[in-house]
Design a protein around this ligand. Structure first.
Ligand SMILES: Cc1cc2nc3c(=O)[nH]c(=O)nc-3n(C[C@H](O)[C@H](O)[C@H](O)COP(=O)(O)OP(=O)(O)OC[C@H]3O[C@@H](n4cnc5c(N)ncnc54)[C@H](O)[C@@H]3O)c2cc1C
Length: 383
């Protein structure tokens, strides 16, 4: 029989949620196990848009971390979004604070390395968790190689296909609150504005959007995402849709004439925050994609993953103090997450539903926004 290793906290997944939680626990003295199935630096299919909110979250943990992100060389600063209507009229929305575009393989590795500085954390890489259980006494994980770890509490930070969400919270995919998206890196996309996120609402490809996000070295993150409900009902092949957009929509194709793809098109799921779940229970909490915390309109989930990871770490400290990891104690975590995020998710879900496939409405809204009197009054978007 294998010896059981004992920790205070087991964090499954070392993406933005899991790494942030590990960082937030670094001065707690708690014995942490951070378990990751990949080997860092690892890629994550994403648009690579890292909003300015991330800086605020890092600053709240330690102002030094914000400074380190500012010194990052591999990022570009993002100052605005350019929204394109189906008739290719564009509307610029300025951001009140600069965001960034950073390849996830770089950003996540940076964050993971900071998490590794937690002296009380044991880091396991290339180890897949296969089973999680919890009861009133302890929470336990079984690794694929048969090893068993036990702790007071588990954080499920294991992304869109979270086994913690499936095995402990009984989550099932609800396609009405889930998106599918693809990404492909390119070099030499013509007319790339170095400081703008380009978002295209295209006739025949709604509800969803095509994006071109700038990166350093004249590279771009190019992608396309749609609601999973529509993908399933209309049997849409989103990889083919992206290729059709790039090759056959003249306004887009012109931009890609001399562009060089740097990889195959890759896809991944986005669990959206438009539906509330129980994101904690007996001795466990879910964070980030595992808790379905992606913005239902923009598809952003890095900041909410990091914020929920930080909230979960703070909740653990309260549970330690009270020596109580019961589901009723952990409910405070659900309440805090949804108090912070739900109104934004809900408003963006309403926007997603209203725009839907209404080409005329999107055309009208973008034209309306361009009327000089209106344009002057569009507030800067907090990003
Ligand atoms: C195509 C696409 C574009 C996107 N664009 C953006 C964007 O531009 N901006 C933005 O903010 N968000 C974007 N998102 C959303 C964003 O990628 C996620 O919200 C974010 O990665 C969530 O972080 P996380 O830490 O919760 O999960 P993840 O980043 O997925 O990390 C989970 C980690 O858990 C590990 N893991 C999983 N299962 C196990 C297991 N059984 N055992 C051990 N380890 C395990 C994984 O290897 C992974 O490292 C996009 C998503 C997609 C799919």
């Amino acid at each position: 029989m294998n010896e059981i290793k004992i920790f205070d906290v087991i964090i499954i997944g070392a993406g933005p949620a899991g790494s942030t939680a590990t960082i937030a626990l670094r001065n707690s003295g708690l014995k942490v196990a951070l378990l990751e199935k990949e080997l860092f630096p690892r890629d994550k299919i994403c648009g690579d848009a890292v909003s300015s909110v991330v800086k605020r979250i890092l600053r709240q943990i330690d102002p030094e971390l914000e400074k380190q992100l500012d010194q990052f060389e591999e990022k570009v600063y993002i100052e605005k979004a350019k929204l394109y209507s189906p008739k290719f009229e564009s509307l610029e929305i300025a951001f009140s604070k600069k965001g960034h575009c950073i390849k996830r393989i770089v950003f996540d590795n940076w964050l993971f390395n900071i998490a590794c500085q937690n002296k009380n954390a044991e880091i396991f890489q290339q180890i897949k968790v296969s089973t999680v259980t919890s009861n009133q006494e302890y929470a336990e994980v079984k690794l694929e190689d048969g090893r068993i770890l036990r702790a007071k509490v588990i954080l499920g930070c294991d992304g869109a296909h979270s086994i913690v969400a499936k095995q402990l919270a009984n989550f099932k995919v609800d396609r009405k609150h889930y998106s599918g998206a693809v990404r492909q890196y390119y070099k030499n996309v013509k007319g790339l504005e170095g400081n703008a996120l380009e978002v295209y609402f295209l006739k025949g490809y709604l509800p969803g959007y095509f994006w071109i996000f700038p990166l350093n070295n004249n590279e771009a993150n190019v992608g396309f995402g749609m609601l999973s409900d529509t993908i399933a009902k209309q049997k849409i092949d989103i990889k083919k849709s992206m290729s059709d957009i790039i090759n056959h929509i003249p306004e887009v194709a012109e931009r890609f004439k001399d562009a060089i793809p740097l990889e195959e098109t890759k896809g991944f799921g986005l669990p959206l925050g438009s539906k509330k779940y129980h994101i904690s229970g007996e001795r466990f909490m879910l964070c980030g994609d595992a808790a379905s915390l992606i913005d239902p309109f923009s598809g952003e989930g890095i900041e909410t993953a990091m914020e929920s990871g930080k909230f979960a770490a703070e909740q653990i400290l309260k549970c330690i103090e009270a020596n109580d990891f019961s589901s009723s104690k952990l409910k405070a975590y659900d309440e805090r997450v949804y108090k912070k995020m739900w109104s934004n998710f809900n408003n963006h879900y309403i926007l997603q539903r209203i725009l839907g496939k209404r080409v005329w409405l999107i055309n009208w809204l973008i034209s309306f926004g361009n009327i000089p009197f209106i344009k002057k009054r569009i507030p800067k978007y907090f990003y």
